[in-house]
Design a protein around this ligand. Sequence first.
Ligand SMILES: Cc1cc2nc3c(=O)[nH]c(=O)nc-3n(C[C@H](O)[C@H](O)[C@H](O)COP(=O)(O)OP(=O)(O)OC[C@H]3O[C@@H](n4cnc5c(N)ncnc54)[C@H](O)[C@@H]3O)c2cc1C
Length: 374
Amino acid sequence: MKYDVAIIGGGLAGLSMSIELARAGFSVVLFEKNTYPFHKVCGEYISNESVSYLQHLGADLEALDAKPIHRLRITLTSGSSLQSQLPLGGIGISRYALDEALAERARHEGVTVCDGTTVKNLSDGILETSAGAFEASLVIGAHGKRSTIDKQLNRDFIQKPLPASENFIGVKYHVKADLPQDLIELHLFHEGYCGISAIEGDRYCMCYLSKASNLKKGMTISDMEQLVLSRNPNLADYFNRFERLYDEPKVISQVNFQNKEKGNSEVLFAGDAAGLIAPLSGNGMSMALHSGYLLHQQVSAHLKGQISAREMTSNYERDWQRAFGHRFSFARWMQRAFFSPPLMEALVQSANFFPPLATVMIKQTHGKPFFPGS
Ligand SMILES: Cc1cc2nc3c(=O)[nH]c(=O)nc-3n(C[C@H](O)[C@H](O)[C@H](O)COP(=O)(O)OP(=O)(O)OC[C@H]3O[C@@H](n4cnc5c(N)ncnc54)[C@H](O)[C@@H]3O)c2cc1C
């Protein structure tokens, strides 16, 4: 069978597009290398800009026990801190639960969901996977930050080794904690930051991003947490006190924040595969959903014969830049500021003295609700 659309990657970008395209009447196959449900390195705080879209896709956030979050607290290793209302706010929900719910929804809408299946190669609409060959008229890459398929597709960003200054690792735990459930905390440490916020089932997601250079040769993750992260007194306390709900943390390496090409003659990219925003913005998941929303409209129009392949790609590139260009650059700048203690000290002191400053800065990293039904 030749599918109308094949999607590589079953995270938020891939799953949301698969649901939309199946609802529009196209035959869709989606490949996800892991088997649902599974854990993923992510802070699990989703900005409210995409909540109504998640509901439109069929995610019952109340039944999933997503936690409303309205406040932000930032702390520095010096002990300084800042608390602010989040202008738009968000929800806390694990990727384990959310991706599973959307995968279930996609199956229900008629998507052929091939989980536990890795796409190894792509050429002229033929996908070589661990479950055999598949054919599609159009292929979408929604395979996240970095995948072997990027190498096979010869993408620019994967050709050169990452410079140390741009090479990060991400680590995530689920913990039992005694923190307010409507608060997301960001604790800074030397060249990194750790977020903690409530998710379903009275658990908390504790997730950090650190320059890879903090993990010196011979060090374990636990050594790094003791020697580097715990210089922030809040993190020292949390690592000592909070019970971890699975033995080993989820860890990813070679994380890097850059804008990437949005498509070529072979494949169009959405979500992190099109560009990964610094996680301090708490906006990557919303961007994955929003970029999928933009792309599925162009793909639909093309498959219905309303626009050419070239128009589909250029319209999508234009829409992507309009929607994300500014916040992408601002989040990169903000992340650099996070790694400069004197600058952060000055920003925190200024925002404590003049609270609207915090609101203005938070707004720069976020968009507005993008779904027309919002
Ligand atoms: C440390 C850290 C913390 C973060 N915290 C937050 C946060 O709190 N809030 C927020 O909004 N964003 C956060 N983000 C960003 C957010 O996690 C991502 O932007 C979001 O997950 C992107 O979704 P996606 O669908 O593009 O990719 P993903 O969710 O990564 O999905 C891609 C999928 O493709 C699959 N895949 C890859 N290659 C193949 C292949 N060859 N064949 C088949 N399947 C394949 C993968 O298994 C994966 O499931 C964080 C990121 C990091 C690194």
